[in-house]
Design a protein around this ligand. Structure first.
Ligand SMILES: [Zn+2]
Ligand SMILES: [Zn+2]
Length: 159
């Protein structure tokens, strides 16, 4: 069964069904990369122009050029020791059948999406997944590369 197409972007508060996820013409920070889902294909600069409560949370982390240049973002992405501690902490707190914990244990990228989401929005519940701008996802992927590209699952695909 093909994966379902997700087009509603909660952060921008609009549907991105008219957007081709591979084409990055929406990007004005120069760091966005092709994505799988239209809903994931958005730029940090678009968040800056949005007024949803999620966008307001993101805007606290907006550096002048790109969200990936914010020192707190850079520090969280780059610190693998802290990420290991985060994974262990979440494992210790959650019930072992939590699917997110399972995914987190074998996937640094997935764990980092969670950690960044908590840093940006606070704890929003295990089930809720908030998309991150394409540039930030690309930054995470570049920092924790996966040998087999086919195994990439987007933040939204993992549900
Ligand atoms: Zn961009
Ligand atoms: Zn950006």
């Amino acid at each position: 069964m093909p994966p379902s197409v997700v087009t509603k972007n909660i952060v921008l508060g609009r549907d991105l069904s008219d957007r081709c996820p591979i084409d990055t013409t929406y990007c004005s920070c120069a760091n966005c990369r092709p994505m799988k889902q239209p809903a994931e294909a958005f730029c940090c600069k678009e968040i800056g122009r949005s007024t949803t409560s999620w966008a307001i949370n993101f805007n606290k982390f907006m550096a002048s050029g790109c969200i990936c240049q914010d020192n707190r973002i850079k520090s969280v992405v780059g610190n693998k020791i802290e990420l290991d501690i985060f994974i262990d902490t979440v494992k210790g707190l959650s019930n072992p059948e939590n699917e997110d914990v399972e995914l987190m244990g074998r996937n640094y990228r997935f764990a980092l999406y969670k950690k960044l989401t908590i840093m940006i929005h606070g704890y929003i519940g295990a089930k809720q997944r908030m998309p991150l701008p394409s540039c930030l996802v690309a930054f995470v992927r570049a920092t924790y590369p996966e040998e087999d590209e086919e195994d990439y699952c987007g933040f939204l695909d993992a549900s």
